[in-house]
Design a protein around this ligand. Structure first.
Ligand SMILES: [Fe+2]
Ligand SMILES: [Fe+2]
Length: 254
């Protein structure tokens, strides 16, 4: 099957799934509107988990929430890059250093090396197809990212960022641009392909394994600690309030 045909079939499959979900939801809504509350039969079996039971975090949820922290780090890098161009003496090296350290530990050492390169990429490669073709370039980008993080950590050791500010801003922008694209392809192509390559029981096992690996690497509150750290960095730069990112209104026509 050629790539076009493969993509077309994939699209049709997702469209059919989406239509099926919509029909099911529509049917449920219609059924419930025609039945009085008194006449509604109780469910045969209550599968609801007790309220105090911890909710499971699935494999892809683990991956995507890690991407969420890394995307927030990219927003920090983008902010630092613009400030380096405007007023480099006002950029605290501390914010750059903390963000680079977080990207290294959560992003490069754990998410990329342990999870993606250690578990996901071999499985996707073995399965073949469109997603497998992405793996080699994703690994190259991981490597380039590590080189840049080394450079950022070295630059952040200075008390103030001075003469090299413009070059550093370009390096940060390149990193941000690379990882915005990288993470978006992983979210939409690589992660779904990995999930597709597993049976349901294998996927459940992987979800538990990710829980254990995350605990081993970062302790039981690892994700929350990382979220707290990026929130502190955002506060230090004055970008914690999300409302400042709301797009301006469209200018009215004259
Ligand atoms: Fe990656
Ligand atoms: Fe990733």
């Amino acid at each position: 099957m050629d790539q076009t045909e493969d993509s077309r079939r994939r699209f049709l499959r997702y469209a059919a799934l989406a239509a099926g979900s919509a029909l099911t939801l529509g049917a449920c809504a219609k059924a419930s509107s025609n039945v009085s509350p008194q006449a509604a039969a109780p469910p045969e079996q209550d599968h609801t988990k007790p309220d105090d039971e911890e909710k499971e975090i699935t494999g892809t949820e683990h991956l995507m929430r890690e991407h969420g922290i890394l995307r927030r780090a990219l927003i920090v890098y983008g902010t630092i890059a613009s400030r380096l161009r405007a007023k480099p003496e006002d950029v605290p090296p501390d914010a750059l250093q903390k963000t680079a350290k977080l990207f290294r530990s959560l992003g490069e050492d754990y998410h990329q090396r342990t999870i993606e390169e250690g578990i996901l990429f071999p499985k996707v490669k073995q399965k073949g197809g469109d997603a497998a073709q992405l793996v080699d370039i994703l690994i190259v980008q991981h490597g380039r990212g590590r080189e840049i993080t080394d450079h950022l950590l070295a630059a952040a050791k200075a008390a103030k960022i001075g003469a090299e500010a413009g070059q550093l801003a370009d390096i940060l922008d390149g990193f941000v641009h690379m990882y915005e694209t990288h993470a978006a392809r992983e979210d939409t192509i690589l992660f779904p392909a990995w999930k597709d390559a597993l049976t349901n029981s294998e996927y459940d096992e992987m979800s538990s394994r990710f829980d254990d690996l995350e605990d081993d690497q970062f302790g039981e509150n690892g994700f929350q600690d990382a979220e707290d750290e990026i929130a502190r960095i955002e506060s230090s730069l004055g970008i914690a309030d999300i409302s400042q990112f709301t797009a301006p209104p469209v200018p009215s026509a004259t």
